[in-house]
Write a protein that binds this ligand. Sequence first.
Ligand code: KIV
Ligand code: ZN
Length: 514
Amino acid sequence: MKNKKRRIFIFDTTLRDGEQCPGASLAPDEKVEIARQLERLGVDIIEAGFPAASSGEIEAIQKISKAVTKSTICALSRMLPKDIDAAREALQFAKRKRLHVFLATSKLHRDFKLKKGKKEILKLAVENIKYGKRFFNDIEFSPEDAARTERDFLAEAVRAGIDAGATTVNIPDTVGYALPEEFGDLIAFLIKESPELGKSVNLSVHCHNDLGLAVANSIAAVKQGANQVECTINGIGERAGNASLEEIVMALDTRCDLFGVSTRIQTEEIIKSSRLVSHLTGLVVQPNKAIVGRNAFAHESGIHQHGILKKRQTYEIIDPKRIGLSGSEMVMGKHSGRHAFRERLWKLGIRLKPTKLDQAFERFKQLADQKKYVFDADLEAIVEDEMRKVSETWQLKYLKITSETGTAPSAILRLQHEGKILKGSSKGDGPVDACYRAIEKMTGIKVRLAHYGIQSVSSGKDALGEVNLKLVIGDREVSGRGTSTDVIEASVKAFLFALNKASSYKTNKSKSLI
Ligand code: KIV
Ligand code: ZN
């Protein structure tokens, strides 16, 4: 009989510890949008906020509680009855709810922050867990700065918390001080002292990333018997952040041969979750970030591209589809080889005879020497200049943007189409979004913007802005490029270029350029 995998609960604190990241504060509706995505991602517990912080925080947690039914909604509270009451108010509509109470136990925190002795700390913890127990079945207790707490006192605090009614004990490495072996050893020690940990009482870990070890420490703890991991999307959080959800989940998933554990995470929702959190918090994901960075599945070296095209596993340990990407990305540049060049053209629907392919590849190499990246639009231009003389089914005649601080920008456009001038307007999240919405309304063509990139093609104040984008129209990908000294106009040109190309494909069914 197959061994049953040990279940690891994923506790996401993007909306609480993650939001504590400088500059990341979220409006209540944005928190709800992220919470909905976390539910789709399959997160077991969503820590939605710290209700005692403000009435806005209570309102946001209430909205999340009404919108999310599958995940448990958790609220953080100090060991104070008034904080616990605020958590009660915030969680009153939650279908599944958890109270999370914390109190620092380390000597540094006891002496300098709390100015309380060990006995007083234990008394406060026990009294407040018991108070919370009057209203909540599900209570999590965190001895803050546990990783720097004397082991015997930590074990005593954990025991007291369990006896007072905590159903989960969370061991935070609050300042990211621990090393993996040491942290794993601490977890093993706590289980030895209180054997119900990881069984009838959940044993959680909460690691910060000050030494870049949050994920490694969390995994070391899982290995020793922890059955809940606290983490955030993209690893956002105080200072250097929290353990990153996507890295932990994909490490456990990819190396299941070593762990024999499972989570309920729908990994295909990872990239969407990452992009949503980045978009709403404004915290950009570093390009080389594991799992969700822009370059995590991008290959530029010719040798790597060749290997990947022969067998993906040569240079990739995770199938990009597993996290919700459409596939590996070949970044076309001076290191790309002929094989990758031909494959990329195939993806674009372009097939060339060998002699034509050689000529096109020569031109590609020349261009790649001048330009760091060669985009799809460049490839198409290289292969067939005719492709760029796409008939202008939709032509920009007029563009005006109105934008005032605090209001959504609006765009007014005039497009020429089949000899007529069409007028349209729309508001949007930004000026480019307003233009794209207006164009969609005017043309009646529904598109999904799969990629949008902007760069300057020369230097100085009057530099030309070049926009490269990719639209998905039905089941087809179309790229577009537009340049102008005005980046909004460049964005509109790129969008129309792609639409015009899509229209010309419709009339000219075969895209083969043999
Ligand atoms: O880092 C920490 O110690 C915390 C606790 C509140 C769990 O965030
Ligand atoms: Zn924390």
